[in-house]
Design a protein around this ligand. Structure first.
Ligand SMILES: [Zn+2]
Ligand SMILES: [Zn+2]
Length: 382
């Protein structure tokens, strides 16, 4: 296959300054902006509009020729395909209003989007994007969150070390998604989304969703869709990290997904199907007072008791909510040790349990780690 030809090689760095909108920061250097690299890209619609150069295929998703795939899934005739450094994205999403107040990085992302669509004119509160522009907003969001996770873990390998692109199927219509889930995954048809990773050849790591179903089950509008997207994207990253395609402990996997999601927007709080019903005690957007109350009253179950569990459904609602706080504390105060913890985890080879990995990365038992976290909560959440 010919190398990617690209229109634009500029990496966008948010402009600093007192009046600049808040934008994404480097996870290992919180005072510095993170350079978000979302070029080069190839897009079937951009080729028609001369925003990127054509290139020879063949293009494939799920090990199927792209055109055959679109026909097989009866995709809306306006479907488009975007290929970036780390993602293959098939989108049939429709137009949507993007409201700045609903996402911490929305203004920065729209500035980045303007490098693809220079005529975009955002209003004071937001902007209405057409289907093509919105698909690229998701392309930018995906590479931004990827860039943050890669910088956090200092992982410079292509696709975080996997054998190929992460694949995202952002479908509008429930029937398109249903056909996809039936034929390529074989489960989860009624859910708002499904992730699947397979390490053995033909390998893949994908997430598919239907916005119609997200609207019905999670809430309407782009900001709900985005939280859902970011939560699931994080699951793909940790599953594919270093090509392990692992079954990560529930506290780490869900904690990281909640962490990334709440960093974007604390408003929606996705709880995956696997986590069960959202815990009633964690329905408010700000979880800090809830967690502070639990710790102050000594009602926080000790991490040592639940750190080995693999399925989020095995955790109680309180434990599922606590995962966010523990992971946020580890990522933001000990990013290097947090990375060591991830690097220790290889369920294909070493098969170490969570206690062993915590001991190697942090030099303490899960009980001691939990006590340190409690102290942090009592000192900083008040
Ligand atoms: Zn395009
Ligand atoms: Zn989840």
């Amino acid at each position: 296959m010919r190398p990617l030809l690209f229109l634009c090689l500029v990496a966008f760095v948010a402009t600093a300054g007192p009046d600049a909108p808040e934008d994404v920061k480097h996870p290992r250097s919180p005072e510095s902006p993170l350079t978000v690299v979302f070029t080069p890209w190839y897009c079937t619609q951009c080729v028609k509009e001369e925003r990127c150069e054509a290139r020879d295929g063949p293009f494939s998703v799920m090990h199927m020729d792209l055109m055959d795939f679109a026909k097989h899934c009866d995709l809306d005739k306006k479907w488009l395909y975007i290929e970036t450094k780390n993602f293959k994205i098939v989108s049939t999403l429709g137009k949507s209003k993007i409201k700045f107040k609903h996402n911490r990085y929305a203004r920065g992302d729209i500035e980045r989007l303007k490098t693809i669509f220079p005529k975009l004119k955002p209003g004071r509160d937001g902007i209405l994007l057409n289907a093509h522009q919105r698909a690229h907003l998701y392309h930018i969001r995906a590479e931004r969150v990827y860039g943050h996770f890669a910088a956090l873990t200092d992982n410079k390998k292509p696709w975080l070390g996997m054998q190929g692109h992460y694949q995202l199927f952002l479908l509008d219509d429930f029937n398109e998604y249903h056909t996809f889930a039936d034929d390529f995954v074989g489960r989860a048809q009624k859910l708002a989304g499904v992730q699947q990773h397979v390490k053995e050849k033909p390998n893949f790591n994908m997430f598919a969703t239907s916005e119609q179903q997200v609207s019905r089950t999670k809430g309407k509008g782009d900001s709900t869709m985005q939280n859902w997207f970011v939560h699931n994207l994080t699951h793909l990253f940790i599953d594919g990290y270093n090509n392990y395609y692992r079954e990560t402990w529930a506290w780490l996997e869900e904690g990281l997904a909640h962490y990334y999601e709440k960093m974007e927007n604390p408003r929606h709080n996705t709880f995956c199907f696997a986590e069960g019903a959202p815990p009633k005690s964690f329905l408010k957007p700000d979880w800090r007072p809830i967690i502070y109350g639990l710790v102050r009253r000594g009602k926080d179950p000790g991490l040592a008791r639940w750190c080995e569990k693999l399925q989020p459904g095995e955790l109680s609602g309180t434990e599922n909510g606590m995962t966010w706080s523990i992971v946020e504390w580890l990522v933001e105060t000990e990013p290097v040790r947090f990375t060591k913890l991830l690097n220790e985890l290889n369920d294909y080879k070493a098969k170490q349990n969570a206690s062993q990995c915590i001991q190697k990365a942090f030099g303490v038992t899960p009980s001691v780690l939990h006590e340190r976290w409690r102290k942090y909560v009592l000192d900083t959440y008040k």
